[in-house]
Design a protein around this ligand. Sequence first.
Ligand code: SF4
Length: 486
Amino acid sequence: MFEPDEPRSLPASAMLGSGYEDDEPPSISRRHPIWQAVPQEQWDDWRWQTQNAIRSVRQLRHLLSFRPEELEAIGQLERDYKVAIPPYYFSLIDPHNPADPIRLQSVPSPQEGENPSGYELEDPLEEDKDSPVPGLTHRYPDRVLMITTPNCSMYCRYCTRKRATLTRGGWEGSSGDDERMIDYIRRTEAIRDVVISGGDPLTLPLGKLRFYLDQLKAIDHVDVIRVGTRVPVTLPQRLYDNELVDLLASAEKVYIQTHFNHPREITPESARVCRTLLRNGMMINNHSVLLKGVNDNLETMRNLLRGLLRIKVRPYYLFHCDPVIGAGHFRTSVWTGLEIMEGLRGHMSGIGIPTYVVDSPHGGGKIPLMPNYLVSMSNDSVVLRNYEGLLIRYQAEDKPATTEPTMTRGVSSLLQGSRSALIPEGLERLARRRRNAEPCVPPPEDAPCAGAGEPTSAEPADTLKLSLTVLPSLPDTAYHNESATR
Ligand code: SF4
């Protein structure tokens, strides 16, 4: 077995042959060459994975390359912050790429010691100030969050709750806190939804987890128990344990709230445990965090979301990375998030699109952000923009117009009711409509012609365009056609 403290170089030939480019998730199972000889039974055992997790810079330096000054800096950070990377999750890292997205999430960086803007805080969401009893945050009227453990199977370097999880000696709950948290929930009838979080509650001993689940299940006004866990992503082997799955299922009210950030994290192993959870009646929602270098581009985000749909995990939130101390290098502009959202809505299935949120300072909670689809408004109508750039007049109420249509230009013409749409030139969808509407000339062998039977329309192209305008006498309304905006 690999003794990680022994210096070992990784033979180039031993690097996993399949490459690390992002194939369609779930892709293949990966195993770092250093663990190739480990029997499958051991590899699949969460205890083995936990016992053999990479937990020190000394181990890391034999597995990955670092610049000397990097090693020195992360060596110093090690005194303050924990590291844990199970062999399974470590094997997803491309060891040749210092900017690998899995590496960025799990391996410490010298930048964790920096806070150049001074904006990053220990408790950026002020969770501790909204804690009526230790470990429990009550911010929204009907929901609470319980911190049940400081432990995680892998410590994400950007963790919002770093003060409790990564920081050595950061959080020490007492068994008295468990009782007090449950008692507070029992006494507060407005609470409908409880998030069991941490750290990662699936690292808890089963007895402790059973205590929380049994107590919460027995409280009538609690409808939903959300278990926040990254175990399906970082240590899926934990969920190969039927006893744990049965325990979660037995609580009946459990939803899983997991945290995939990159398509490469969607593996046959993680897909397997998501299937198990779903078969046992637990819906799985995903939170991703928008992270520089990890998933801050449209293509990666689309692959991630499509991959999640493939394994029936619902993309729920895309969080802007919180301003937590030492995570500044992960934070992008809000514009990056909006640009990604612009590339999702309309371009992929709505069930795969998360809500992009900023969790606001001063305990303000989640604030959703999205590109602007409402362009203008009047007493009679609104002007909306769709993903294609089509500007459209929409009359929301069934009532007579309060003004007569007035000839005017542009967006105003929509508000004034003289047009019902401004159509960008060269719109692919309208070209498709025209093609579908072309008269069907059966080929000699009587094969069906292209477009036959498609429900779109049998109207000629001109009618289609005119049908989008309120006043048929107006010419077409393509954006950069002068005659369209007279
Ligand atoms: S698993 Fe969750 S709680 Fe644990 S370090 Fe990662 S983000 Fe933080």
